[in-house]
Write a protein that binds this ligand. Sequence first.
Ligand code: PLP
Length: 395
Amino acid sequence: MRPLASRMAVMSGEGALSVFAHARELEQQGRSIIHLELGEPDFHPAEPVIDAVQKALKEGKDRYCPVAGVAALREELADYLLRTRNLNILPESVVIAPGCKIALFLALMALVEPGDEVLFPEPGFPGYSSITLGLGGVPVPFELAERNHFQPDPDEIAAKITPRTKILITNSPGNPTGTVYTGEVQRRIAELAVKHDLYVLSDEIYARIIYGSNYVSMLSYPGMEERTLIIDGFSKSFAMTGWRLGYTIAPTHIVPALVMLAINSYTCVAEFTQYAAIEALRDRVQATPRMVREFARRREQFVRDLNRVRGFRCASPEGAFYTWVNVSDTGTSAEEICRIMLEEAGVAAIPGAAFGLSGKDFVRFSFASSTATLQEAVERILSVSSAWQGTLARS
Ligand SMILES: Cc1ncc(COP(=O)(O)O)c(C=O)c1O
């Protein structure tokens, strides 16, 4: 047989999905597993969204539809982003995609030439480097260091910009650290982007899941309109992971390229889900704020409890629904901690190296589970924590 395309050797999978597969195997053997590995809200879409998808199907909205998305949804998104992010965007700048990941993939495909350098946050979403490599680009990580409260360091970014740098990826709030970039960091990143004529790919999938002040998008800064692509979607903010619904907000000169790539790949997103998405955005029942209030309660409890585990240390995330726990004081590798937690205590979490090498001393737990489940998870972890000889971290 002739070999696969060489890009297949440089792309990589996702830690979350492989831990999930292993955890499912153990479950099938009859083990009780608490799943804290996947980034998936334990909520379901609000009732009006379910009603809307059923109505759309009954009305026959199950045909091929416009490639960039149905007009009503693109218009609704412009209203939604004005309401929730104070952004003035045109409906024509919206391209609907089957999930954020494919939106990210196609945005990079539209921009990356072989050899182009793509700056991205590390630890970070694994797709940033994998997709870049698959397209022949060069992923260049900038570190989100604990000593810097996991904020990007604009000086480090500036030092890593070369004539080949074309794209800078931001992700605020970030997966896996939960960091919300400060205004000062975002302002300085925007200045660098303008100065060096970079595109900024702003992954805003967690923008609605924040525990502090109002969200400020990278698109809001001077000079960013013509160079920012926002990636966002319905998976996290509206608990619609399995619906596969996302979107890109792109400068109008890039939209035709994204449409071309959509024509060559998914053609259009299911029409009935797009109509239901309009209802999700209107959120008449305030499902998103209610979900975020519940995440805030869980965050408080889980962070407090995890800091009671010998050798674990974590700060309270400012956004998203992950705790990013430094386990170096356990004297045991994050991989081994995760193995013990899964195999001996039935708690699934992800070793931090899955988010890049600089994550090697960390473990990511999702707290998108009930407070009772999170409490039981910590009790189970405590029951096996004698396996490591850590010092007791202070909260
Ligand atoms: C930072 C980040 N970007 C993109 C995605 C992909 O989202 P979707 O499920 O909509 O494809 C995820 C999912 O976990 C994520 O954490």
